[in-house]
Design a protein. Structure first.
Length: 213
DNA sequence: CTCCAGGACAAGC
DNA sequence: GCTTGTCATGGA
């Protein structure tokens, strides 16, 4: 059933080319900045950076300078701290994804989760989009879309993720990459909080429009 | 004006 | 254990 959803979304919207970032560390910055924040505001923040998107460069900034650059993305006090913690952690691996990839994925995930400000969604998005490991990223959009489809949605993040991954049984990173990106696009396009069910490509699979009539 | 956006955390029960 | 308040900006 989930793979059908994926197929329908891909046929409707096409490849999404995620994550929109020039370096792995820019992706990680975006993952922090987009926490409970619209991507347009994150783009405004990223556009103000006058340094390369690398951990060494970010750590050289004063707190005030970093805060001023990320201000449009909101929560700038906590996010500036979180960015520096993440940069320090990444530097332990020389800011090099190929070194990260030599470690067991579960170890790296636990390390990410131990950082203040990195919860399960942020960790998994980094695991997938920066390190290219096959983790399904659960977000609020996933919960909304899947529950409207009638798919069981556990409250617990980890239980939900593992259920989806077991259900899909399709462990390629590029698949998870595309699926999550399509979910985000679809949530903005049709499956908004106030649903726009007219012409929704998932109508045949979704029980939500049936409930309206 | 209110509500929302690609969450995480700590305090309170 | 689970629920609630907090963090902040910009756009609809």
């Amino acid at each position: 059933m989930l793979f059908q959803v994926y197929q329908q979304l891909f046929d409707s919207y096409g490849p999404q080319n995620w994550w929109p970032a020039k370096t792995p560390f820019e992706m990680m910055i975006g993952a922090i900045l987009t926490q409970n924040t619209s991507w347009t505001n994150v783009e405004k923040a990223l556009a103000q950076f006058e340094i390369p998107f690398e951990p060494q460069a970010l750590l050289k900034l004063s707190n005030q300078e970093l805060i001023d650059w990320i201000r449009p993305s909101g929560f700038f006090n906590q996010k500036s701290e979180r960015l520096k913690l993440l940069a320090q952690w990444f530097l332990q691996y020389d800011g090099d994804v190929t070194i990260i990839q030599q470690h067991p994925a579960e170890d790296i995930r636990k390390a990410l989760l131990s950082l203040k400000g990195v919860g399960p969604e942020t960790a998994d998005s980094i695991m997938l989009y920066a390190f290219e490991w096959p983790f399904f990223v659960v977000d609020a959009y996933t919960r909304r879309i899947f529950s409207r489809l009638g798919y069981p949605v556990p409250k617990d993040y980890e239980a939900f993720r593992l259920q989806i991954e077991a259900d899909l049984n399709r462990p390629s990173p590029s698949f998870y990459n595309e699926f999550h990106a399509l979910i985000v696009y679809h949530a903005k396009e049709h499956c908004t909080k106030k649903p726009k069910c007219a012409f929704c490509p998932l109508t045949a699979l979704c029980q939500y429009p049936l409930q309206i009539a």
